[in-house]
Ligand binder design. Sequence first.
Ligand code: NAP
Length: 335
Amino acid sequence: MSGVAKRWFYNKRPKGDLESDTLALREVALAPLQPGEILVRTIYLSMDATNRIWLSEWDSYMPPIRIGDPMLGIMIGEVEESRNPAFPAGSLVSGIAPWSDRFVTDGAGFFPFPRFEGLDLADAFGVLMVAGPTAYHGLFEIGQPKPGETVVISAAAGAVGMLVGQLAKIQGCRAVGIAGSDEKCRWLTQEMGFDAAVNYRQGDLVEALRAATPNGIDVLFENVGGTCLDAGLTLMNNGGRVVICGLIASYNSTEPVPGPYMFRNMIMKRLKMEGFVILDHFDRYPEYQAKLAGWMREGKLKHRLHVVEGIDNALTALKLLYTGGNDGKVMVRMS
Ligand SMILES: NC(=O)c1ccc[n+]([C@@H]2O[C@H](COP(=O)([O-])OP(=O)(O)OC[C@H]3O[C@@H](n4cnc5c(N)ncnc54)[C@H](OP(=O)(O)O)[C@@H]3O)[C@@H](O)[C@H]2O)c1
């Protein structure tokens, strides 16, 4: 075997938002397989907000990508050729890999992606690989919502957020979303079963959220930070839990970001706040995926995929996350 692959590389550090020359697409030659190696054909590439953090100099949960290195992302692919018995040809493999239509690896850090009966591959990958386990872990392990409590979710119409609200409903809670357009808010209440949704781009967010949470907030599932986090903290009930899942409003910042003004409510309302990285909880994946897949099959857990076609459009796809241009989980169909 040998051949050529298309691959994205980190080209130039962006000043803030991702720019058209931040990444560059090039062709690379693939070497013949050595013993222990596999050739993978990427099928879907997951676009994750955290990809922007990997391009920064932040002291993060994993080493940053350096200029000149391949861009990395979470993918699913098919083993095209194998010299590694753990990954036979024709099997599905998942992991963090170069943004590439084909690549060679020794399999370290990769794992077989299970077949989920009754679920389409795109749905299984889109929900069960990142967003679903993140929603499940953050809500149930950290947020610990009790039936009757109110759960507020920011970036609620996105990949993680739409699932958190539905899981909160399954738990018997009131689910209130914060999203960036009236259309997204309508979709959350009419299609996803949220009890209420608030457009953060219109009017006074604190007052709109207050009206949507007549009993206050018990669990704040934070995906955004900034004004969303502040509005949520303002309305927390005594003993509430704040799940710090993401702070996407700050991922493109080049300046230090001020903390929340209502941080004092951590004391006044006796709150608990906890962040997490889902990659640390791989050991829980079989349990989380089984529960999530079950609800998907029963029609209790719906989702929306935003699939962008072709490796050439991967950078454009990633940018959607930071403008709210996406309608659901963004993935690139690579082949
Ligand atoms: N802790 C973990 O392990 C983990 C794992 C996965 C994801 N996450 C985090 O979860 C969050 C959501 O990720 P996702 O993959 O589900 O993406 P997503 O929600 O599908 O897309 C991101 C959404 O964030 C909203 N947004 C972007 N910039 C914003 C801003 N400045 N102010 C308010 N809203 C903004 C946009 O929605 P609107 O149109 O509503 O503005 C956009 O659609 C991210 O913060 C991500 O880092 C964390």
